[in-house]
Design a protein around this ligand. Structure first.
Ligand code: SF4
Length: 282
């Protein structure tokens, strides 16, 4: 089997060996593999990293407890582990924005998940095989909101490409100048490094079993999804989540009630299908 583990270790050391990095921990399986790889890189190269988790205020309780356990475990091993809490909860954001988050209006991601990581090399467990969006828009290194200088560089550098979202992705790191670009830009431009980008699902699960990596207990309950409860991207899976976590359903309905009052206060239209908080929820 191709030695993807070794490639990921070498990539981490090559891109972050001098500066260190922040490993982003979502509480999911990809993050658990990534932390494991970072520890192996540390053993081999005395690699310096910290870990960060963005608490979203709408995580499954199992994820909250798992992340706290991971924090204890990694801190005991001498690794700094930060849990970041957002300024506004999802319940407050719903009222602020006067609308629930939807597939097309995912305003909450910016406030709950994407506000950190500037001026750092943020290492993620993003993989292309997870979605077509990631396949098209992510690569080994991604600048999600590049400065104009990087966009200009992408026009003439065949190792760079502009993705559909206006970000710049690095296609090939064999070129020393391209590596230098990552080194020069990360302090001013959010820089995502994705060492597992080409790991297929089968390989990832095989590796988890081989290395006996501890996972979020939600994986052992079959249909469970790791991520925000009620996220619009989850589609119909949300209904099973609300069955499992009825308190979250109640919290959404309370937030929608406040949201409707705020819409009235601001003189915004109240649609028939949003006549009550229950109807908004449905
Ligand atoms: S609910 Fe969905 S869209 Fe909102 S922060 Fe969570 S993942 Fe992002």
């Amino acid at each position: 089997m191709e030695n993807k583990e070794n490639n990921a270790i070498e990539l981490l050391n090559m891109l972050c060996g001098n500066s260190g990095c922040v490993i982003s921990d979502s509480g999911g399986k990809d993050s658990s593999v990534l932390k494991h790889i970072a520890m192996k890189t540390r053993e081999k190269y005395n690699f310096n990293f910290s870990i960060q988790h963005n608490h979203t205020t709408v995580d499954a309780p199992e994820t909250v407890y798992f992340v706290r356990d991971e924090k204890r475990k990694y801190e005991a091993a001498g690794i700094k582990y930060n849990i970041l809490y957002p300024q506004r909860s999802i319940w407050q954001l719903i009222v602020d924005h006067c609308t629930p988050p939807t597939r097309l209006m995912r305003y909450c991601c910016a406030d709950l998940k994407e506000y950190s990581g500037h001026g750092e090399k943020l290492v993620t467990g993003v993989r292309k095989s997870e979605s077509k969006n990631r396949k098209d828009n992510q690569s080994i290194v991604t600048f999600p909101k590049p400065k104009q200088k990087i966009k200009e560089e992408a026009k003439s550098n065949k190792d760079l490409s502009v993705n559909k979202q206006g970000g710049v992705i690095v296609l090939n790191l064999d070129n020393a100048e391209t590596r230098q670009l990552v080194e020069n830009c990360y302090r001013t431009t959010k820089t995502l490094i994705n060492p597992l980008i080409d790991w297929e699902d089968d390989y990832l699960w095989w590796y988890i079993r081989k290395e006996n990596i501890e996972l979020n207990p939600l994986y052992s309950c079959g249909q469970c999804r790791i991520g925000c409860i009620g996220c619009p991207i989850a589609g119909d899976k949300r209904w099973a989540e609300f069955e499992r976590y009825p308190k979250y359903k109640e919290a959404y309905i309370r937030a929608f009630d406040k949201m409707l009052k705020e819409r009235k206060r601001k003189g915004l239209q109240i649609f028939d299908k949003w006549a009550t908080a229950q109807k908004v929820f449905k």
